[in-house]
Write a protein that binds this ligand. Sequence first.
Ligand code: HEM
Length: 411
Amino acid sequence: MSGRPPGEQAAHPAGTDVAFPLSRRGDVVPAECAWLRDERPVARVRTLAGDPAWLVSTYDLAGRVLDDETFSLSATAAPGAPQQYAPTFPVQIRNNLSRIKDEGTRDAVMQALSPRAIKQAADRFRHRADALIDELLAEGPPVDLKDRFADPYTASVMCTVLGLPDDDWRRLMSGLDISIMTAPRPLEGALANWDKGMSHMAGLLRAPGATDAPGLLGALARVRADSGGGEEASTDEHLTMTLHSLFEAGAVSTSAFLTLAILLLLRDSEQRRWLGDHPEAIGPAVEELLRYNLSIGDALPRIATRDTELGGVPVAAGDLVLVLVEGANHDPAVFRDPGRLDLTRTPNPHLAFGSGRHYCPATTLARAHAATALTALLARLPGLRLAVPADELNWRSGWIKRTPERLPVLW
Ligand code: HEM
């Protein structure tokens, strides 16, 4: 491996090892990943917001940062902390997601996301997937599978689990396109969009009869009623933010993952056929698709809370440390032949859901969402294939996830 970053002729800021964020393309592992792991496992980069940061790209060091409380997620919301990108949603949401686990709403959230609740909802997930596929079959190819399947199916799954009415799924999903943008400076429209989403959720929580609603909405409405029916503005805001941020975090992650998982299967006809013939192997297959997936567009941010060192590099208190999940998940020290999609790979200790204190609380939901959709698609559209060459897909920029704008398919 040479000591020069791949594509060094491409401009990257002076004093940094590599231009960051890396490529937005979500089906090809960026070439820089291998160079970074080999040559600069703790690399100096400058973020979109213009702040310096350490980019960590090996499995070992990524795990250490995520598991070690020296590196704090909540400190990324502190005033003056270096930023990965400008906040285009209120910074307290980062704390809010953690607070969900710590405060009075914890039980309601954990119950809504529990394996038992997801198992009970599984038939509805499959029913929705089948209904969407019926529509595709009635219309005929080609269709945009992101717009006609991945997004409405995801919205429906999230609405089922959270207890939200899903008849305005397009409005709910299109809100994500604006609110979770990554930009050098705060965007007026993104903040306005966040407020619009909050008002919508507040209206649902306060509606007459909300305490009888199913799922998390009903549970949070009952928490609200028990705590004085919204007399405490801070409780009201916390409950609204819980509902809104869970919808956003959940829908954005699951739809981006599902879209990329479908694309990975469409690009690998041998693995796709094998999974179609072995539907019982969907569990390990989803794990491998999670490992391979590049949906996290940037990196998982932490702030060092004291002077320390990482891989021999001194890191000062207050420094921004970024965990490059695709670097870890494609590290050959842990995953043999990491560039190969191997749906039977086991063990598969990927970091797609993070690790440590902030490990994703919705893994059962995330896995069931993808497994149900992929099983239905492979069974009912066995001839599914891309309608355009993968190189022609249009990748979104300035957004928290890597995603193609459209996924045109034939069958
Ligand atoms: C394939 C789907 C998903 C993926 C790949 C995913 C990935 C992740 C990752 C990597 C983290 C850790 C973030 C960090 O350490 O900074 C995380 C945390 C989180 N995820 Fe997920 N997630 C998915 C689905 C969901 C869903 C469906 C929900 C909600 C319904 C959800 C809610 C959360 C929350 C609330 C946290 C923050 C936990 C904390 O800060 O303590 N995720 N997720």
